[in-house]
Design a protein around this ligand. Structure first.
Ligand code: KG4
Ligand code: ZN
Length: 352
């Protein structure tokens, strides 16, 4: 029997199997990550090898450097994942991998590695969307969470409101018309001289700053679920450049705080506007910016006021990791989707 036929047969068997163990690979940006996840919710191991220290030197992710480091690290990450999971490669039922969205060269390392594993071990290969993976992170952190719900997806690559009708039924109701909110955090951090990745540094600085800085900015999009962050980014960058050109002093802490207030207000406003209009009582947060302490605080407070139940991943599952890919891959299998063959390749963008 050919690999493709065998994989199809095993995939069908998994749809009815009680215990499904998935080995998942994530390499879409600068984290080389492999996890073992049981039944979509139980993480046996989650190894993340971060390249942050390398990319910090360049002020952001250099795609070529990211690909090379994935190649360098991925075998060690697999060995560590297996040795800490208490399982063997033979115990694994399927290999899942992020095929997009992300940096093509970086994705290709994970995709080819996963294809090789799947072929050598004769296991089905599951092609997973990175965006769906971020949503899956919530099933790990909240054993009781089930769809339907509204998801606020906030990462370096995406800013969107997604109506999650079922585990594998996604309907995007709003997205950014320009920059993602993560990109905005990273650019503001850069102009303030903070190191990559900017989001956590803005978060830290904002805690000791005051919301007193007035930028030349007005929220541009009203009465829509779409977002726009390039105006806010430009307003902050212009403010700082202006101060620098005039040789005037400015407080990085206050700028971080005032910027963060505006960015998180925008996210909260649109999210609860959508919750109200759609009559949604369950809200889920996903993606790296979901780690932002002020965003988490505001969403929790507003949710309490509005009688909405809010779910957020544990901080370690907000940013890129392998476990979130293994989680959603389980639900793909149960829904009968995602089976890939050895022609699988990387995609820089994917539809939500
Ligand atoms: O989800 P993620 O790890 O990668 C993408 O899929 O893009 O998100 C990365 C983004 C970066 O822009 C990073 O600065 C931001 O998430 N981020 C944060 C925080 N932690 C990470 N932004 C604001 N506050 C944080 N605490
Ligand atoms: Zn991500």
């Amino acid at each position: 029997m050919s690999y493709t036929e065998l994989a199809k047969q095993k995939f069908e068997e998994l749809r009815n199997k009680d215990n499904v163990l998935i080995l998942s690979v994530e390499s879409s940006c600068d984290e080389t990550a492999i996890a073992l996840v049981e039944n979509g919710r139980k993480v046996l191991t989650n190894i993340v090898s971060s390249q942050i220290e390398i990319h910090k030197l360049f002020g952001g992710v250099v795609p070529e450097v990211a690909s090379r480091n994935h190649i360098k690290n991925i075998v060690d990450v697999l060995q560590e994942a297996i040795s800490t999971s208490g399982k063997t490669l033979e115990d694994v039922d399927a290999i899942a991998v992020t095929y997009g969205a992300g940096l093509v060269g970086a994705l290709l390392v994970g995709v080819n590695f996963a294809k090789t594993l799947a072929y050598a071990l004769k296991k089905p290969l599951i092609a997973v969307s990175h965006v769906h993976g971020h949503i899956g992170a919530n099933y790990i952190s909240h054993a009781e969470l089930t769809p339907p719900f509204l998801c606020l997806m906030v990462s370096g690559g995406h800013t969107a409101l997604v109506d999650v009708q079922d585990y594998c039924k996604f309907n995007m109701i709003g997205t950014t018309v320009d920059d993602s909110v993560g990109e905005c955090f990273d650019k503001v951090a850069r102009v303030l001289g903070l190191s990559y990745p900017g989001g956590p540094n803005i978060d830290r600085l904002a805690k000791v700053g005051k919301d007193v800085v007035k930028f030349n900015y007005k929220s541009p999009l009203k009465d829509t679920y779409n977002f726009s962050f390039s105006g806010l980014k430009t307003a902050v960058v212009n403010y700082v450049h202006n101060k620098q050109q005039k040789g005037e002093e400015y407080s990085k802490e206050d700028i971080a705080c005032s910027f963060q207030e505006l960015a998180t207000d925008e996210l909260c406003l649109k999210t609860f506007h959508a919750c109200e209009n759609l009559g949604c009582k369950k809200l889920v947060i996903a993606g790296g910016v979901g780690a932002n302490s002020r965003l988490r605080e505001k969403l929790s407070n507003k949710a309490k006021e509005s009688g909405v139940e809010v779910f957020m991943p544990d901080i370690k599952y907000c940013t890129d990791n392998g476990a979130m890919i293994g989680s959603i891959a389980y639900f793909y299998i149960k829904a009968g989707i995602g089976l890939a063959d050895l022609s699988l390749t990387a995609k820089p963008t994917v539809n939500i």
